[in-house]
Design a protein around this ligand. Structure first.
Ligand code: 5AD
Ligand code: SF4
Length: 455
């Protein structure tokens, strides 16, 4: 789909509203879409009612994603119709993984949608919008040309505050049998070191002191330096750590098979690298891990944990679990519970298996009944919640440097992030803490947060 170039001289009098579903990668893409449209006269708005352009940046990872998108589109359609009466247009865009997976089907079910773009082609949004303005209809762009996307996206993103997310790797070649990502995000692609470095420099010049490096398999990063050398993930982190004003580095999401010794060791030697790791295991049963095509065993995961603890004793670990994967028996589930009891994660995400169209596991005839999935999820979540609370209580009395990045819901409350990725709440501090890293004594450990006071 080739459309004419849009005129950048447009007066900045329009508004774009982006609704983001799903992961941090989507949030990053949403910011980029706003930045892409800004030179063409689109300011951002938090209210759909003010918008001239509505983007639903969708997620397809779990249940009913497409249905949720269609029902949200129903609401956007009403707005478009009321606009018509005022003789104003509303451009409706479906972006993200549902757009990629559903494709033209979106126009059949929601013909009032103007544009469908996939996660690898949204850099063409300005051209597509220009084409709509010329009277064209139902434009779709779902190509997978990653190099082109990152070359065309602006490196100088609008400020994200003191904690910024930067995409360094996209896509996935692992093909876990439950997952849509390899189909919606395409093959693994790593941005060149120089691109990432420039984007991080831009973020720090705008006040960021923490960055989170994003990727579907971020630790599988294998970019190139300007002189053509291969750069692995540990080296990328080391290079970024040289930026003086950058104080904290995080990354997500990682895969156990890319957790190499250099990266593990770096957790012990690079003080800017935060002592927290989100490392999904999905199941504690080797039989399930094989059926999921995870490429690692339970024992290999445990070995990584041992090495990590040797490198950095206090590292906090988080994970993802799926219960009720096709063929999961009571014994398999017991293996999952056993590893959870053994590792006592600092926090975890857990999901019922949801058959995703087009993935190998979805057509298996040994699907687990819904009531068993529900039972297992409850047992798993009770254990995970108990461990999270115990972990948070174990922090009471400790002094931690907390990065304060947002205001809380209650009057006088501000919230920050501990090195271990816990939310830390403070009420009525004497000084302005927002935007700073301050030592806090932890007074209380709660289910999903800590409360403390400035030392
Ligand atoms: N069903 C349930 N959970 C899933 N996830 C990915 N695909 C599915 C699915 N089909 C979970 C995995 C992954 C997280 C992002 O979402 O646990 O790590
Ligand atoms: Fe999905 Fe597996 Fe790739 Fe993660 S590693 S994105 S779970 S296919």
């Amino acid at each position: 789909m080739q459309a004419n170039k849009i005129d950048t001289a447009t007066t900045p009098d329009k508004k774009i509203f982006v609704k983001t579903y799903g992961c941090q990668m989507n949030m990053y893409d949403s910011i980029k879409m706003q930045d892409l449209m800004s030179p063409y006269g689109y300011g951002t708005t938090d209210s759909m009612d003010d918008a001239d352009m509505v983007v639903l940046n969708t997620c397809h990872i779990r249940e009913k994603a497409a249905e949720k998108t269609y029902s949200e589109l129903g609401r956007v359609r009403q707005l478009k119709e009321s606009r018509k009466k005022e003789k104003r247009n509303l451009i409706i865009v479906v972006a993200g993984c549902v757009g990629q997976a559903e494709g033209d089907e979106i126009f059949s079910r929601a013909p009032f949608v103007d544009i469908v773009v996939g996660p690898q082609s949204y850099h063409n949004l300005p051209n597509l919008v220009a084409s709509i303005a010329e009277g064209n209809k139902n434009l779709i762009e779902l190509d997978f040309i990653e190099e082109e996307k990152f070359d065309k996206l602006p490196i100088n993103t609008s400020p994200q505050g003191i904690s910024a997310c930067i995409s360094v790797q996209e896509g996935c070649d692992k093909f876990c049998t439950f997952c849509v990502v390899p189909y919606t995000r395409g093959a693994e692609f790593s941005r060149p070191l120089e691109h990432v470095y420039r984007e991080v420099l831009n973020a720090t010049s705008q006040g960021a002191i923490e960055i989170t490096l994003l990727g579907q398999n971020v630790n599988g990063y294998h970019g190139k330096s300007v002189d053509g050398n291969d750069i692995k993930f540990a080296l990328l982190i080391e290079s970024l750590a040289e930026i003086k004003s950058l104080q904290r580095i995080r990354y997500m999401t990682s895969h156990p098979i890319d957790m190499d010794d250099d990266l593990i060791k770096l957790h012990g030697t690079e003080q800017k690298l935060m002592p927290f790791l989100h490392l999904p295991i999905q199941s504690g049963s080797n039989r399930m891990l094989k059926a999921m095509n995870r490429g690692h065993t339970r024992e290999e995961y445990l070995e990584i944990m041992d090495k990590l603890r040797l490198a950095r004793e206090d590292i906090a670990i988080s994970s993802d679990f799926i219960v009720g994967f096709p063929g999961e028996t009571d014994e398999d589930f017991a293996d999952t519970m056993n590893i959870v009891q053994h590792l006592k994660f600092a926090q975890c995400y857990s999901f019922k298996y949801s058959p995703r169209p087009g993935t190998p596991a979805a057509t298996k005839d040994n699907q687990v009944p819904e009531n068993i999935k529900n039972e297992r999820l409850k047992i798993l979540q009770d254990a995970i919640n108990k461990h999270q609370l115990e972990y948070n209580i174990s922090c009471v009395g400790k002094i931690m440097p907390v990065l304060f990045d947002r205001e809380g819901k209650h009057q006088g409350q501000i919230i920050g992030k501990s090195p271990y990725m816990q939310s830390v709440h403070i009420t009525n501090p004497d000084e302005t803490l927002l935007g700073k890293i301050i030592d806090v004594r932890i007074k209380e450990g709660r289910a999903s947060s800590l409360a403390g006071e400035v030392v």
